[in-house]
Write a protein that binds this ligand. Structure first.
Ligand SMILES: Cc1cc2nc3c(=O)[nH]c(=O)nc-3n(C[C@H](O)[C@H](O)[C@H](O)COP(=O)(O)OP(=O)(O)OC[C@H]3O[C@@H](n4cnc5c(N)ncnc54)[C@H](O)[C@@H]3O)c2cc1C
Length: 416
């Protein structure tokens, strides 16, 4: 192993929403910072989401296999690149609601109270909205929590077809509101992400050093086993050891847990920071369904998602449990979720024979429905030898079905 001859104040593992934002915030401190990222910068053409090539299946899945509880391999949706999953995300930057931090009774169980509250997060939401240049409108959505400052930019206007749907929903007594979106006007790709907002400005500081293609494989403690001191990474087939006073794991929920579990030693036989046995457990993953509405009127197929409906967030008259959030999915030619589900187009084709992929996309409006699931200790990240297992079964399904079916009857394509 090659031992790096420098000692850093801080090592950040990963450059996604967590790592990229932290690097930006700490860069001006003058501390000696090393950022280790297993991916590389994404070439511009890879980022160009208006390209029809996005429909190529699993383009943004990691070149590795994980396993489900039954031992079946799958290719996870993990974008290993500078910016992590924010390079492909929808940039919808909503705040949690105040009640999300309290004990919440869901139809299939209880989501426990948090140790921190919305008020603790509020200043950080405000700072992040400035950094990620969020466009939105405070006060339009009755479920929205208090903001100490307005969004830094006005909300993005709706596409004409969406505008008429918004009017219809309002007449029905619902409260459609502008979606808060992180956008920047400075690049060809309008979506803001943690490379653009975090890593690039952080690297302007001489005290910040980035190593790409650096896959962290293990953390090492000091001899007493109490403090993490060393970070082992593979770079171009070689093993390197980097030393720091402070190490931040921000390589995503699954990979951060897997790294702690893989850093077992005589002192920590069940993995690092895992005396509770909870590392990797209570894995949560929202329930999501995309609903496609066919329209006789064509649209550009490339408009942004702009509207959300949160009237069922906490439940309704007939179902007093949280159901979730609805947003329009944006033009089907630009939405990543449709790259995930090419078979959907063959379903659509049955309804509109003679239509090609592009025509189908330009005669459709997508809707995205999302419901919280519940923490369960049996839902977990598990490491056995070299293999990474994800044990997970969807729960809180009735709440999700209630969100979809009364709202959308005609044709739904589920992507759970
Ligand atoms: C298609 C899609 C759409 C989404 N849309 C939205 C949205 O509209 N709004 C929203 O709020 N959220 C959205 N999300 C979720 C959001 O992208 C994630 O919650 C967020 O990126 C998580 O940030 P993170 O820093 O924890 O991890 P990530 O962003 O996943 O970053 C982790 C980083 O760590 C690196 N890494 C992993 N393992 C290692 C290792 N061993 N060594 C070194 N580096 C490593 C990865 O390469 C990556 O760069 C979306 C996600 C996807 C996939």
């Amino acid at each position: 192993m090659i031992i790096d001859d420098q000692i850093y104040d801080l090592i950040i593992v990963g450059t996604g929403a967590g790592g990229g934002t932290l690097a930006y915030k700490l860069a001006a401190s003058g501390k000696k910072i090393l950022i280790l990222e297993r991916g590389n910068f994404m070439p511009l053409e890879e980022q160009n989401r208006s390209n029809v090539d996005i429909f190529k299946r699993e383009r943004y899945h990691a070149p590795e296999q994980w396993y489900d509880s039954a031992g079946e391999p799958f290719s996870p949706q993990m974008n290993y690149a500078i910016g992590g999953n924010t390079k492909i995300y929808g940039a919808v930057l909503t705040r949690f609601r105040e009640q999300d931090f309290e004990t919440v009774n869901h139809q299939s169980g209880v989501s426990p109270e948090w140790g921190v509250k919305y008020a603790d997060f509020e200043p950080y939401y405000t700072a992040a909205e400035q950094l990620y240049q969020v466009h939105g409108q405070v006060g339009a959505d009755p479920t929205e929590p208090p903001h100490s400052q307005h969004y830094p930019f006005p909300a993005v206007s709706h596409e004409p077809q969406i505008e008429s749907i918004v009017e219809g929903l309002t007449q029905q007594g619902l409260h459609p509101a502008p979606l808060p979106l992180g956008l920047t006007r400075q690049t060809d790709d309008p979506t803001n992400d943690s490379e653009v907002s975090g890593i690039v400005p952080a690297l302007k500081h001489p005290n910040v050093n980035l190593k790409t293609g650096a896959k962290v494989v293990c953390l090492h403690t000091n001899p007493s086993g109490r403090v993490v001191k060393g970070v082992e990474a593979e770079i171009a087939g070689q093993c390197y050891l980097f030393l720091a006073d402070l190490v931040v794991l921000s390589c995503g929920a699954v990979n951060s847990a897997a790294l702690l579990l893989r850093s077992s030693s005589d002192r920590h036989p069940n993995g690092l920071a895992n005396s509770s046995g909870l590392v990797g457990r209570n894995l949560m993953k929202s329930l999501m369904t995309v609903v496609v509405q066919l329209s006789t009127k064509p649209n550009s197929g490339a408009f942004p998602k702009t509207v959300c409906v949160n009237d069922f967030y906490g439940g309704d008259r007939d179902f007093p449990y949280p159901m979730g959030h609805i947003q329009n999915a944006g033009g089907l030619l630009t939405d990543i979720i449709f790259a995930e589900a090419p078979p959907m187009f063959s379903v659509l084709a049955k309804f509109m024979p003679g239509f090609g992929l592009k025509q189908l996309a330009t005669h459709s409006i997508g809707w995205w429905a999302q419901t919280e699931d519940l923490p369960n200790p049996d839902h977990r990240v598990r490491v056995e030898g070299d293999k990474l297992y994800i044990d997970y079964t969807p729960n809180n399904v009735e709440a999700h079905d209630r969100l979809i079916y009364p709202t959308f009857r005609p044709l739904t394509v589920t992507s759970r």
